[in-house]
Design a protein. Structure first.
Length: 164
């Protein structure tokens, strides 16, 4: 009796995650505001702006887009994996990957997204290499390499565990 009640309470506690996943949508709104704020800052000065600065702004916009995609992946697949299956109905568009990302696949996608985001940051640093101290560049490279190695190791371990 007590065990059954405890198990039901524990199982129901997964719904605590639902508001957290919903909260991620607020972060998406914030990213959208920042995205368009950047565009509105650039448009009035587009003809006076050096090409390097435009590339840096573009990289920032791509970075925001990648983070937004990462949030959407975590929000939807996390909800489906840990809370409840999404019932979007037959009449609306359903994302092709919805329901297909288990927690292992999600982890690999998150790791790949982090590597992509880190790559963009590293590219931005290399575009401004004259203004950045060599020690900082070394640390940025080491952190990026750590992300790459971690993502590779996670993918490799996932591949090994799926074969067994």
């Amino acid at each position: 009796m007590v065990e059954k009640l405890f198990e039901r309470l524990m199982y129901a506690s997964r719904w605590i995650m639902a508001p957290i996943y919903l909260g991620l949508s607020l972060v998406l709104v914030a990213l959208g505001i920042k995205f368009f704020q950047e565009i509105f800052h650039v448009l009035p000065i587009i003809f006076e702006m050096p090409e390097v600065d435009l590339v840096l702004v573009t990289l920032s916009l791509i970075d925001i887009t990648l983070v937004g995609g990462l949030i959407v992946m975590v929000m939807f697949s996390g909800y489906e994996n840990f809370v409840s299956q999404l019932d979007v109905g037959d009449d609306s568009e359903k994302l092709g990957w919805l329901g297909k990302l288990d927690s292992g696949s999600l982890k690999n996608k998150v790791a790949a997204s982090i590597v992509a985001i880190s790559s963009i940051h590293l590219l931005k640093i290399f575009m401004n290499v004259e203004q950045i101290n060599n020690d900082k560049i070394m640390w940025y490279l080491l952190i990026h390499i750590t992300f790459v190695i971690s993502a590779f190791a996670m993918g490799y371990l996932d591949k090994i565990s799926r074969h067994k």
